[in-house]
Write a protein that binds this ligand. Structure first.
Ligand code: S3P
Length: 171
């Protein structure tokens, strides 16, 4: 029997969290929730507009409220925004009701993935690769606190999904 605990995906922007979450949702027949999508829904604006109009610290407040709410439930796949685990209380809540996975990827892999995808205000700079490398090294100590680290570097979504399921079945 699969644990009722949430499957929580964390990691840097562009590490494959959203695609992995959706695939896991299909395979496990579990609802998928994305903290970013819940924030956008609640605020009625895009993440970019929240950052530019209200600022990052406001965004983090809303994110924290959303994390508390989703952590109060079980049986979900939770797709976390890349900055969620920078807050120790967020990580604590997520770990209580779920298994927290860190999808670990190199700056080069992340850069490839974010190049043509959705807009990320934090990477809206002249040298996004350098910015990714800088932020990733600052955040590494936080990401490393996950329950399970998954090597997602240049891996296919199917490979990541299989690795998550294998670890989750041991819980
Ligand atoms: C952020 C990651 C984004 C989004 C926001 C801030 C971050 O989510 O929450 O732009 O601080 O790493 P994704 O990881 O889903 O892109």
């Amino acid at each position: 029997m699969m644990s009722e605990k949430n499957i929580v995906l964390t990691g840097f922007m562009g590490s494959g969290k959203s695609m992995t979450s959706n695939k896991l949702g299909e395979i496990c027949r579990r609802p998928v929730v994305s903290t970013d999508a819940l924030i956008e829904e609640r605020e009625g604006k895009s993440i970019s507009d929240i950052f530019s109009e209200a600022g990052e610290s406001y965004f983090r407040q809303v994110e924290k409220a959303v994390v508390q709410e989703v952590s109060a439930q079980q049986g979900f796949i939770i797709d976390c925004g890349g900055g969620v685990v920078l807050d120790a209380e967020n990580l604590m809540h997520l770990k209580k009701s779920g298994v927290v996975f860190y999808l670990s990827a190199s700056p080069e892999c992340i850069f490839e993935n974010v190049r043509h995808r959705k807009h990320r205000p934090l990477l809206d700079v002249t040298d996004p690769l350098a910015k990714i490398a800088e932020l990733l090294s600052q955040r590494q100590p936080y990401y490393q606190q996950a329950d399970v680290i998954i090597d997602a570097d240049f891996k296919s979504i199917d490979q990541i999904v299989q690795a998550v399921l294998k670890e989750f079945s041991n819980e």
